[in-house]
Design a protein. Structure first.
Length: 107
């Protein structure tokens, strides 16, 4: 069972899923809620035309059993740098492992 005190609401995350769990292999967002069953995140919308964070869109619940790994930015780390740089690069690396390309990811 996951330790729910490790990840808190308000943290920014990039969640790497197990294969064949969802349409994408990695999702980026802000933690909405955490419990013994999984994590709920508000997904990030990336504006490709402006090449910047466009806000948050729909929520996604991910059961712990479907998570491979999570890249986390806590409240003490710069959110913007994490969302615009580290998380997107990590997402691109994960998608490359599965042979998927991310057009908007910076490399």
């Amino acid at each position: 069972m996951a330790r729910t005190d490790t990840i808190q609401p308000g943290y920014c995350v990039a969640v790497h899923l197990l294969p064949d769990t969802a349409p994408e292999s990695c999702y980026i967002g802000m933690v909405e809620a955490v419990d013994d069953h999984g994590i709920m995140i508000n997904l990030v919308h990336w504006d490709d035309k402006l090449d910047m964070l466009g806000g948050y869109t729909e929520g996604l619940f991910i059961p712990w059993k479907n998570i491979n790994s999570i890249l986390i930015s806590t409240e003490t780390q710069p959110t913007r740098r994490f969302m615009t740089d580290k998380a997107r690069k990590w997402q691109a690396q994960i998608q490359a492992m599965y042979g998927k390309a991310t057009a908007s990811a910076k490399k």
